[in-house]
Design a protein around this ligand. Structure first.
Ligand SMILES: Cc1cc2nc3c(=O)[nH]c(=O)nc-3n(C[C@H](O)[C@H](O)[C@H](O)COP(=O)(O)OP(=O)(O)OC[C@H]3O[C@@H](n4cnc5c(N)ncnc54)[C@H](O)[C@@H]3O)c2cc1C
Length: 487
């Protein structure tokens, strides 16, 4: 049985095409006004309610305000805080982080999903990682050489010298264990020195058995498009040699705290899809993100936002002249001006990469008390250096990607700190959050439900200041959390 339904490794793409078509239809019908290449830079909160946003036209640099009776953020996840991830390059945390700074609590920021089947990185030049569809684990077998440092080509390593480690450790689930388990297991074998490919940061995903069992034609029919993509990127033919894969940051389960109406703690501000923290707990299952996005936007929000509007009629229109709006506009402009004026010697990307690598090392697949403390010591230093050495060429009144990036890095440098703080305080392992101190004798995640059975919702109190933790206790009436076992 297949682990999940999929459309030839293009499930997400097909869903997106459907969503784009529905959106285009509404644009054509005059129900939606589209503002492409426009980035939200701040939230406008008047009298305690969300009443609009400040946004920058990325082509002309013009800063505009948009007012409304309610604001919905659907700005996606924050995986790009790690610099390298499977997310689109433009995905960023600015919208939710700015909303957080304006009063919206941020829940479970450390819950990050690392996807096990990505094409390994090849060097420092890379700015993006490519996901190979999870569906490949239905038929591919994952292995590494049994011996450390075995440099032989895969086809020359005999069967009894291969370690199909997922099948060995998790005989009932084998290669289909959840993403966090598959990812950590890959990290463990690579840490042992048994990784393959450049830098030893990879494991094999082998289709030789599937080809023998099903025949090339059947494998091609099922995965041909993915094999072609892999070959185009790596110049290796997965019909002949095993693919190489390695885990990469893929999804963020944390996000803005919302109630069942998908409303944040700022009245009138709603967050849907990956931007919010709801639904997935500490580990998202495959295929459920797009369904959450569709359910949030199609079923939940139309009912709950109407309820909010009915109960909270706004009588006063907000305009640019409102003192709050003037303040938000001035803050935005000042921040951009400051970024342009430092005129230092380091690019936004260099800072982004530095904080990303720090996060990958200390707040990635496995986390420790001492590692997180190291990161928490280092991040404010990077932030301080950022404001001394950042170099943004050009002006704010034009298409300026350096300015866009620098402004996003400002937010990553604060968000990264909150993620580490959250990971440090959650002294248990659960889902994608693995604290090395909290594991069973077999090396599996050890939960501490008595102590940590809550969503951690953090309140912003100032840059570099300790945020305030609010605990939302989780009540389980029917199905109670238990220690996972995939053995
Ligand atoms: C490679 C890949 C494959 C995936 N495959 C699957 C799958 O098969 N099944 C599944 O369920 N899930 C999958 N996921 C996860 C899923 O795609 C995402 O969780 C989902 O798209 C999130 O939807 P969203 O609408 O919340 O946010 P997004 O789709 O991320 O959209 C957010 C949009 O907001 C824009 N934005 C961000 N910040 C701002 C700002 N400040 N101002 C203006 N715009 C902004 C972004 O540019 C983006 O266009 C995949 C993810 C990736 C990266």
């Amino acid at each position: 049985m297949s682990r999940t339904f999929y459309a030839r490794g293009q499930t997400g793409q097909q869903l997106l095409l459907g969503a784009y078509q529905a959106l285009s239809r509404q644009i054509a019908a005059g129900n939606i006004e589209m503002h492409p290449r426009t980035e939200m830079l701040d939230l406008i909160v008047v009298d305690g309610r969300a009443r609009g946003i400040v946004a920058r036209d990325l082509v002309t640099g013009r800063i505009d305000t948009y007012f409304a009776d309610a604001v919905v953020l659907a700005s996606g996840g924050y995986g790009n805080v790690f610099y390298l991830s499977t997310n689109a390059m433009n995905s960023n945390a600015t919208a939710i982080w700015r909303a957080h700074r304006r009063g919206a609590l941020f829940a479970n920021p450390c819950f990050t999903q690392i996807h096990p089947t990505c094409i390994p990185r090849t060097g420092d030049h890379q700015s993006k990682l490519t996901l190979m569809s999870e569906s490949l684990r239905n038929d591919g077998r994952i292995w590494v050489p049994k011996a450390k440092g075995d440099q032989r080509p895969p086809n020359e390593i005999p069967e009894d010298e291969r370690d199909y480690y997922l099948e060995r450790i998790y005989p009932s689930f084998g290669n289909l264990v959840p993403r966090d388990i598959a990812s950590r297991a890959a990290k463990n074998v690579c840490d042992e020195g048994r990784g393959v490919g450049p830098g030893g940061q990879g494991v094999y995903l082998d289709f030789a058995d599937a080809i023998e069992r099903m025949g090339v034609k059947a494998v091609e029919a099922k995965y041909g498009n993915l094999f072609d993509m892999y070959q185009r990127i790596t110049d290796e033919d997965p019909y002949r040699v095993p693919m190489r894969i390695y885990p990469a940051v893929h999804y963020t389960m944390g996000g803005l705290w919302v109630d069942y109406d998908l409303q944040t703690t700022v009245p009138g501000l709603f967050a849907i899809g990956e931007a919010n923290f709801s639904d997935h707990g500490a580990n998202r299952l495959g295929a459920s993100a797009l369904m959450q996005g569709l359910a949030d936007g199609y079923f939940v929000l139309p009912a709950t936002i109407n309820d909010y509007l009915a109960r909270n009629p706004h009588h006063d229109a907000v305009t640019d002249e409102h003192p709050v709006v003037q303040d938000v506009l001035a803050e935005t402009q000042d921040r951009l001006n400051l970024l342009l004026s430092v005129d230092g010697d380091r690019t936004p990307d260099s800072f982004h990469r530095e904080v990303g690598e720090l996060m990958w090392e200390f707040c990635g697949m496995a986390r420790t008390d001492s590692g997180l403390r190291k990161a928490l010591e280092r991040i404010p230093q990077i932030r301080e250096e950022f404001w001394r050495r950042i170099k943004v060429p050009g002006t704010g009144e034009e298409f300026n990607q350096s300015l866009e990036k620098a402004n996003r890095v400002v937010d990553y440098l604060e968000l990264a700190e909150l993620m580490c703080l959250d990971a440090l305080h959650r002294d248990e392992s659960c889902g994608g959050h693995f604290r090395e101190e909290s594991q069973t004798p077999d090396g599996e995640a050890a939960r501490k439900d008595e102590e940590f059975g809550y969503a951690a919702a953090w309140e912003f109190t100032g840059t570099g200041e300790a945020p305030t933790l609010h605990r939302e206790d989780l009540a389980f009436e029917y199905v109670h959390p238990t220690q996972r076992s995939y053995a």
